[in-house]
Design a protein around this ligand. Structure first.
Ligand SMILES: NC(=O)c1ccc[n+]([C@@H]2O[C@H](COP(=O)([O-])OP(=O)(O)OC[C@H]3O[C@@H](n4cnc5c(N)ncnc54)[C@H](O)[C@@H]3O)[C@@H](O)[C@H]2O)c1
Length: 359
């Protein structure tokens, strides 16, 4: 079995010009760098803050800045993909203004709660948008390599998936989160819920507890435990502590898959120091015929979550729009299911734990 990273998929053909709505941190850190690497042409950029859009356009050589959303829609080439990267609260108005039938990639989360996700889904379907949500962690090179290894039987039957994040998160970068009723699961662990669904399918239910942190008292809960219920033989856990303010030594950021014949661990280097990302890493351990574990071996990787994974989601929308692929893996219907799990997690946390029986 080869441990080589494998060929990245061929680029979509033809490429579609991209019109980006929103010129914030994630567009600068990941969308535009990814499109530069992949050779995806960016036709125009619009943000409510025009100065910000102009600065970003100059930095990445985007030929046109549109002052209004209406101008961006009018200026869009007929085959444009709209790349929407605004806070969830802005999605209803932005999606409503896009041309019917347009291909669209929408930043997560798909709404501020399940009720809004349902309205957004209806809006996308009414307008026949060919729309996907940007759950790009599925396309991170380390995740794609792990998925290939698991599909090839490298670790036997998968029975355990664990995501653990113990980091200092610079929440101040996202001022739009202040005052929102939901933060951690909706805006961060949603990636892990989506990732686990992409490996294990739909959970039967969710046990969750999410709590605030004294440092980030202006934010809703930022620390979470989620256990997804897949029955009695499969364990799927997400533990996210973004308030580990004690340096790198004991910081953790990984996804681990355990199977009957081995295990795979992906380090998500980005989160260990969000503003100075470390590289991702992937390792595999296989057991011999007697059940003895071999050494952990590195699996070569080409690229990191940021920005390489962002090529994958945009390419999936272009391929779907081309007719090259009939499958849009993170389509809005699928994203709605991820949002349903997020909703259940918040409900579980609010409902509280099983009381301890009195002695
Ligand atoms: N890995 C990821 O997938 C990832 C990471 C970070 C952020 N995000 C998502 O991306 C979105 C933006 O996050 P960010 O980090 O760039 O935030 P940000 O605050 O840095 O930028 C948001 C930008 O959107 C603009 N904006 C707001 N409403 C708008 C509207 N109606 N029309 C045009 N522009 C509008 C703001 O002016 C701002 O420039 C959020 O939904 C967030 O959840 C995803």
């Amino acid at each position: 079995m080869t441990l080589a990273p494998g060929q990245p998929p061929a680029p979509p053909c033809p490429l579609h010009p991209v019109v980006v709505i929103g010129a914030g941190g994630i567009v600068k850190a990941a969308h535009l760098p990814a499109y530069g690497l992949a050779g995806f042409p960016v036709a125009a950029l619009h943000d409510l803050d025009s100065a910000k859009a102009r600065a970003l356009a100059a930095e990445f050589g985007v030929p046109r800045v549109c002052e209004t959303l209406a101008e961006a829609v009018a200026a869009a080439p007929a085959d444009a993909v709209f790349d929407v990267a605004v806070p969830a609260s802005a999605l209803p108005a932005v999606l409503a203004a896009l041309p019917d039938g347009a291909p669209v990639l929408i930043q997560k989360p798909f709404g501020e709660d399940l009720a809004q996700a349902r309205q957004l889904l209806a809006l996308c379907q009414r307008k026949r948008l060919r729309a996907a949500v940007n759950f790009q962690l599925r396309y991170a090179p380390c995740v794609a390599a792990a998925r290939r290894l698991i599909a090839a039987g490298a670790i036997g039957e998968l029975h355990d998936v664990e995501v653990r994040v113990t980091v200092h998160m610079p929440w101040h970068l996202w001022t739009f989160l202040e005052g929102l009723p939901r933060v951690e699961i909706l805006y961060h662990s949603v990636h892990y819920v989506d990732l686990i669904r992409s490996f294990l399918g739909e959970p039967r239910g969710v046990y969750a507890k999410t709590v605030k942190h004294p440092r980030t008292s202006r934010l809703a809960s930022t620390r979470t435990n989620i256990a997804l219920d897949y029955g009695d033989l499969l364990r799927a856990n997400i533990t996210a502590n973004h308030g580990h303010d004690f340096g790198q030594k004991h910081a953790e950021s990984y996804v681990k898959w355990e199977g009957t014949r081995g295990a795979i661990k992906a380090r998500l280097g980005l989160l260990l120091d969000y503003q100075h990302a470390q590289p991702d890493e992937l390792e595999i351990c296989r057991v011999d015929a007697d059940g003895r574990p071999g050494p952990w071996q590195p699996v070569p990787l080409e690229g990191n979550w940021y920005p390489h994974a962002f090529i994958g989601t945009m390419a999936s929308v272009m391929r779907y729009a081309n007719g090259e692929s009939a499958d849009l893996p993170t389509c809005v219907e699928d994203a709605f299911r991820t949002m349903a799990v997020v909703e259940a997690a918040y409900e579980s946390s609010a409902r509280g734990a099983t009381p301890i029986p009195p002695s």
